[in-house]
Design a protein around this ligand. Structure first.
Ligand code: BGC
Length: 746
């Protein structure tokens, strides 16, 4: 198993880790001494208490197990952490209970701060569409600053599950289909949450989840079984987790799914061999909600006590709402079925984080109401949310340069069920706040346009309607306008946890509404708000312009208006392929060729294709337009032949050939043409987001290092093999504009 570890990555990592270790040794060993001292004073019951996490009663993010004694248990030292508690006042009140316990060990307060806290940012999948790592990091930074000022120590984010099945509702929470992009985003998010390090008052612990392979649930059904080769696990699903470890993620969460017959929560291969073994991870692992006791339903554990044994043995340190450790572990230790050393190790990992956060110096240091008031909901945080929201929008179509719209357009009609919705803009997994203000698309347009523009509105239908009763009014409204902006898509709770859908077409009769409006002959811009790639083939063929806006958060409407009127030139690129039909799923760009590849993905006899539709997606990974155009030219490679220790430098000229200043995400893909294990037709290996003024050009270069040419060979060794490599540069995975090849020689 050890051979699976990337030696190259190890070399680079161990150098950084060495430096890091030198700086940290002093403080870490001081903390370790404190942890050991405290541990020596703890009873077995108190130790097990540290491994126990309960939810508050007021917010529940999973099936609730009634427990009327939980607050007494906190006072008795039987609880190490609470989730779903928030606010400086409330966290202080509950922390005061922990201070009544014998050893006064502070509680950790965890919450799903997934895309913003008080100010809501775009859903993570939307942010991934920005391909802008600084923006993504800044989003997590703002969320952390607000959450920490509100008493939170720990966010259950980032979710770094690779996801290739848009039926799975949780695609909204991750970074899409690609392990390279996903790894960079995992790092950016961890850095954003943890800021300058734990102990600072604006830093929260990150939690890389769900370890592992949760995103590969069969048929896209949430919590479902996962069965995959070790190769796929290592090539596709593990890299973002490794990136999170390297970025210093304080905690990990395991997952609900089983992996090849073994539930992740009881999976020693994942947690002991890989995470705490090969990756030498020093943080702690929390179970997912109830996932320890759920091993009984999986048919893996006989009862809760047995589940506790399996989980602690496999490396799950904290039991989130499973109610299995607190009662099970004492029995297991007594019966010699669990070595107390396993419990000690888990407790030490958790206590270490409490010391690092400074909670033993002051358990209330994050629970300060006046700081909370100052930090939350600031104009600066809204500005950051607006900035990220603009960057998350993807322009899918723009026939005859309909967009950007002119601000002197006389009459504009907003039509569709999401036009005046502010609530849906928050998206799933937002921290629910009373009176939070989210800007609807209509309101965003009102904010942007002066009195000279006549802004009309008709809802047309509800999101899930099967009736067309509102169509006539919508059509009549459209006839009065010069241009129509349609606001369609999903309600905020149609994607997210336990929100799998077998039919991912634009819901209800919304596409029929688009048809009816298009029939007026007026120019139609369709804005689609959703938490996943949807299917909307008719619209793709017939709408004049399409913006995929996802769920953009607090500043949604303002960001949309900025994009519609060209105050911001869209530059987003899809982080996930958009299928033409559910029957194609999973469809992703880094596929294999097969022995009978179909020509251009088109149906062909005795070829790997469908009879009824092309293999290609409606919109490919990496795709997204701009109001301007870019040319790619003059590809140059500094070498056409290299040895294992050389790098290749590739450069080309990017030019803005259009009328608007804008950004292009230039993407580098590679293919190892012949290898001892077949390789994908292309894999993203690098990208840059480049800003150019009209007429401006720039030389772009990429260094292709040995790491980028490596893969797991037949024995799962991370290696490079001599031979030809194809190099492709473009502005989408299916839009390669420059290509060449080079050879690696022995
Ligand atoms: C989800 C986790 C989440 C946890 C706590 C679970 O149902 O899978 O992602 O962090 O609940 O809310």
């Amino acid at each position: 198993m050890l051979s699976k570890f990337s030696l190259t990555a190890l070399a680079v990592f161990s150098f950084c880790a060495h430096l890091h270790a030198q700086i940290k040794t002093k403080t870490s060993s001081a903390i370790d001494q404190k942890v050991d001292k405290l541990l020596s004073q703890m009873t077995l019951e108190e130790k097990i208490g540290q491994l126990n996490q309960y939810t508050s009663d007021r917010l529940s993010t999973g099936p609730l197990t009634p427990n009327s004694t939980k607050y007494q248990e906190i006072k008795d030292g039987k609880v190490g952490s609470m989730l779903n508690v928030r606010g400086a006042k409330e966290t202080r009140t509950i922390q005061e209970m922990a201070m009544q316990s014998r050893l006064k060990i502070p509680l950790l307060f965890g919450l799903d701060v997934i895309h913003g806290y008080r100010v809501t940012f775009p859903i993570p999948l939307a942010e991934a569409a920005s391909w802008d790592l600084n923006a993504i990091e800044s989003s997590a930074r703002v969320a952390a600053t607000e959450a920490a000022a509100s008493g939170i120590h720990w966010t259950f984010a980032p979710m770094v599950d690779i996801a290739r099945d848009p039926r799975w509702g949780r695609v909204m929470e991750g970074a899409g289909e690609d392990p390279y992009l996903g790894s960079l985003i995992a790092r950016a998010r961890v850095q954003g949450f943890q800021g300058k390090g734990l102990g600072n008052l604006d830093a929260v612990m990150a939690c890389a989840k769900h370890f592992a392979a949760y995103g590969a649930a069969i048929a896209g059904r949430d919590y479902n079984t996962v069965d995959m080769s070790d190769r796929q696990l290592w090539e596709t699903y593990l890299p973002p987790f490794k990136a999170a470890v390297d970025a210093g993620a304080a905690t990990f969460m395991n997952s609900f799914n089983e992996l090849n017959g073994i539930p992740a929560t009881g999976n020693a291969y994942l947690q002991r061999d890989i995470l705490k073994g090969k990756w030498n991870y020093q943080g702690f692992v929390v179970s997912d909600w109830g996932s320890i006791s759920e091993m009984v339903a999986h048919g893996f554990a006989k009862n809760n006590t047995d589940a506790a044994r399996l989980a602690i043995t496999a490396g799950s340190d904290m039991d989130m709402e499973g109610h299995a450790y607190l009662t099970g572990l004492p029995v297991l230790v007594k019966e010699n079925k669990v070595d107390v050393a396993l419990i000690n190790d888990a407790v030490k990992r958790i206590l270490r984080k409490k010391f690092e956060l400074g909670l033993f110096d002051d358990p209330y240091r994050f629970s300060n109401e006046s700081r909370e008031k100052k930090v939350l909901n600031s104009a600066q945080n809204h500005q950051a949310a607006l900035d990220v929201a603009e960057k998350s929008v993807v322009l899918l179509k723009n026939d005859n340069q309909l967009l950007p719209l002119s601000k002197s357009t006389k009459t504009i009609a907003v039509i569709g069920p999401l036009g005046k919705s502010s609530n849906d803009m928050k998206g799933f997994w937002s921290v629910e706040w009373e009176n939070d203000h989210l800007v609807s698309p209509f309101e965003g347009l009102q904010n942007k346009l002066g009195k000279q523009t006549n802004l009309l509105y008709s809802q047309g239908c509800n999101i899930n309607d099967t009736v067309r009763t509102g169509f006539a009014d919508a059509v009549a409204t459209a006839r009065k306008a010069d241009v129509i902006i349609m606001a369609v898509g999903e309600a905020f709770n149609m994607s997210g946890e336990a929100k799998s859908r077998a039919n991912i077409h634009l819901p209800g009769v919304q596409e029929d509404l688009i048809k009816a409006i298009k029939a007026t002959g007026k120019p139609v811009v369709v804005m689609i708000m959703a938490g996943r790639p949807l299917i909307f083939n008719w619209t793709a063929d017939h709408a004049d312009a399409i913006l995929y806006t996802w769920w953009l958060g607090s500043e949604a409407g303002n960001a949309m208006a900025n994009v519609l009127f060209g105050d911001y030139n869209p530059a987003g690129k899809l982080p996930m392929s958009f299928p033409r039909a559910e029957g194609q799923i999973p469809v992703f760009y880094s596929s294999k060729n097969t022995g009978r590849p179909s020509p251009n993905g088109q149906p062909a006899l005795y070829r790997s294709s469908y009879l009824d539709i092309p293999n290609t997606p409606q919109y490919a990974f990496g795709y997204g337009l701009s109001y301007t155009n870019f040319s790619f030219a003059d590809l140059k490679l500094n070498k056409s032949q290299i040895t294992k220790n050389d790098d290749v430098t590739v450069s080309f000229t990017l030019k803005n050939t259009g009328k608007y200043a804008g950004e292009e995400v230039v993407q580098l893909y590679l293919q190892d043409v012949v290898a001892s294990v077949t390789r994908p037709v292309k894999e993203l290996k690098d990208f840059q987001k480049v800003y150019l003024k009209p007429g401006e050009s720039k030389t772009i270069s990429f260094a292709i290092t040995r790491e980028k040419l490596s893969f797991y060979d037949q024995k799962m060794n991370w290696t490079t093999e001599p031979g030809e490599f194809k190099l492709m540069i473009g502005n989408a995975s299916d839009h390669i504009l420059l290509q060449d090849k080079f050879e690696l020689v022995d």
